[in-house]
Design a protein around this ligand. Structure first.
Ligand code: TNX
Length: 548
């Protein structure tokens, strides 16, 4: 089957008319496409012993990254930290670039390559753009590498471009997380959320409550023993530093008060009266909730947050879940919760959610975290009118449920909450990418999210209103019920995350599906060369030859 597919693609590619081939090569293979790009006269020839000069030690990592690429991927012999010589590569700190993630990239025959940025991430993004320009241009021995002269002035559409991994469902060892981070920076993603707890596992070591991982990270059913595992505080600190060098913030997520079977399995004292006598099997139980009446719940959560604060930098974001809490099945049926509500004057279980989070958010604030919650409305689909409960102003919300993004945008616009867009119908990359495609196990009837959909959702909709400045960014989620390991995760991530990277970075005015498709092949070729699994988007090849 695979061979047939590959053969078909090769035939299609070979069979493209000259016009189509020309069309494909017209556009520079940059993903995400820059905000401004102007080709200028001439071209620049990279010398074999090209010098890389940088003006501040903040840019050392970006320079080193470029150095390594030139040496290993293009077989050049670069020299870094040399004095500045015109006609080579310079990475300059410049106050003239006024956005912290922005950069300017000039390529000219006489001056060589200049990247200007005011901050580390801008310098890094300038290098990533340069890498894509150089990709596939490895010269033959004796020849020089030539790139067209141009001026790029680039800056992101949204401050945050995020992906989310779910090691709770299937554990992903630390080196695999680094492998994922390595790819993210290539496409200018700057945030990785780690879903560290769910019904299926508790994945972060908490010294004051060792049973969380001793019990909560160990599956009890035989078939899923391979899913055991957790991150130590030392490992997470290492990951935070590793990601930070690459311009990526890590957001830990502790999912409460629902999605907590593993937590309750490890700490039965946090169960409500409803479940006091039940035992939970890790990976099997859901729809249970923490007790909101028990002071121990808040004390344990405070301990957890305090320890997380020792791992993550002060001011980091922290996601506290808040999704799919089955309040009707839990708090609404619990005598303890009902009398607690009465005593406190709390009128509904929804209001009790507000009470619960106020108490946990007090801990989050005390430890300097910026809190995030999944946005829930009064209904799981339209018609929905309002928030599930009164979200405090300092909480950033994530819109995720299918069909609720327009409503969530309207509500947050009015209430002033910051919003991250992770719409289920276009940014849930656990869903199959095409009819009949993976995942072939644990598929609970997932809908399909095609590459085209992952790219066009914001272009096709009337979601955006001028001055919508409460939107912090976009996030693609890799929920892992059906993804046993990192190779599968990468296969599901790419190429759809390339589409999302462009949604999050490039201005709407510069984007089109056909342009994206034209730029895709060389980027995928580089992934293949680097050993990154991705799904071959054969339907896109059909698009190129007009067969749709
Ligand atoms: C809903 S999205 C969930 C996750 C599942 C996902 C599967 C969200 C906030 N909760 O727990 O993994 O659907 O697509």
């Amino acid at each position: 089957m695979r061979q047939i597919l590959l053969l078909t693609i090769m035939l299609l590619w070979g069979g493209l008319g000259l016009n189509a081939q020309r069309r494909i090569h017209q556009e520079l293979p940059l993903i995400p496409t820059p905000a401004n790009l102007q080709l200028t006269r001439g071209s620049y020839k990279l010398p074999q012993r090209v010098r890389i000069h940088y003006t501040t030690k903040d840019f050392a990592f970006a320079a080193e990254y470029l150095h390594q690429y030139l040496r290993e991927d293009l077989a050049l012999s670069p020299i870094t930290k040399a004095n500045k010589i015109p006609g080579h590569i310079t990475i300059i700190k410049s106050g003239r670039v006024n956005s912290s993630q922005g950069y300017k990239l000039s390529i000219s025959e006489d001056n060589g390559i200049t990247i200007r940025a005011s901050h580390t991430s801008g310098a890094l993004y300038g290098v990533m753009t340069l890498l894509q320009l150089l990709e596939g241009r490895r010269p033959l021995p004796g020849d020089k590498l030539v790139i067209p002269a141009m001026e790029i002035a680039d800056t992101p559409r949204y401050e945050m471009r995020a992906l989310m991994l779910d090691p709770a469902r299937h554990f992903l060892p630390l080196p695999e997380l680094k492998r994922f981070v390595d790819r993210m920076v290539r496409y200018k993603f700057n945030t990785l959320q780690l879903h560290l707890s769910d019904d299926q596992g508790w994945r972060v070591e908490i010294a004051s409550h060792p049973e969380l991982t001793q019990i909560g990270a160990r599956r009890t059913s035989k078939e899923s023993l391979a899913d055991n595992g957790y991150y130590t505080a030392v490992e997470l600190r290492e990951l935070v530093a590793y990601a930070q060098e690459r311009g990526i913030d890590i957001i830990p997520e502790i999912d409460i008060p629902g999605h907590t079977a593993a937590l309750l399995h490890a700490k039965p004292e946090l169960k409500s009266d409803l479940h006091r006598d039940s035992t939970f099997v890790l990976g099997k139980t859901d729809n249970v909730m923490l007790s909101a009446t028990n002071p121990t719940t808040y004390a344990v959560l405070d301990d957890i947050l305090r320890e997380l604060a020792e791992i993550f930098p002060r001011g980091a974001r922290l996601h506290l879940g808040g999704d799919e809490s089955a309040i009707e099945r839990n708090w609404a049926r619990s005598p303890e919760h009902q009398s607690f509500m009465q005593a406190q004057g709390i009128k509904s279980e929804r209001e009790l959610m507000g009470y619960f989070f106020e108490r946990v958010l007090a801990s989050a604030r005390k430890y300097g975290f910026k809190p995030i919650l999944w946005c829930e409305l009064d209904n799981i689909r339209m018609p929905a009118k309002e928030y599930l409960f009164n979200y405090p102003k300092d909480v950033t919300l994530v819109t995720w449920r299918m069909g609720l993004t327009p409503k969530s945008m309207e509500l947050t616009r009015a209430s002033g909450h910051q919003l991250i867009l992770a719409p289920g119908e276009s940014a849930y990359f656990d869903y199959p990418q095409y009819k009949g495609d993976l995942p072939e196990f644990n598929n609970w009837g997932m809908p399909i999210t095609t590459l085209e959909r992952a790219y066009t959702w914001d272009i096709k909709s009337n979601l955006y209103i001028a001055g919508d400045n409460n939107i912090l960014g976009v996030m693609g989620t890799m929920w892992a019920e059906a993804m046993p390991d990192m190779n599968r995760v990468l296969y599901m991530t790419y190429p759809r995350a390339l589409a999302l990277a462009e949604v999050g970075w490039s201005p709407l005015s510069k984007r089109s599906w056909s342009s994206f498709v034209n730029r895709l092949l060389p980027v995928l070729a580089e992934m293949q060369r680097s050993g990154i699994p991705y799904r071959v988007p054969f339907e896109v090849y059909a698009e190129l030859v007009g067969q749709r």
